[in-house]
Design a protein. Structure first.
Length: 82
């Protein structure tokens, strides 16, 4: 797999929304997302200009699977702009 792109927290939320996650609430600079369907998984995404690549490579298997899909979605979003 190629390298994950450097994206902002907002772009990550936009990509995750295409996977069924919606913003539940925000605490400080962290956006808490919740999946629309059971089991209603929750993700915490920092609202920063650049996200650390380790945010998606955590030990949580669900997030790792989603990071691959986020990578594909962000590539599609970048291609639409060009």
């Amino acid at each position: 797999m190629s390298k994950l792109p450097i994206i902002s927290g907002f772009k990550a939320v936009k990509a995750l929304s295409k996977l069924g996650y919606k913003i539940d609430h925000q605490t400080g600079s962290h956006m808490i997302l919740r999946h629309e369907e059971p089991p209603y998984r929750r993700l915490t995404i920092p609202n920063h200009k650049e996200l650390a690549k380790g945010n998606f490579k955590s030990n949580n298997k669900a997030i790792w699977i989603n990071s691959r899909r986020i990578f594909r979605i962000t590539l599609k979003l970048k291609r639409k702009r060009n």
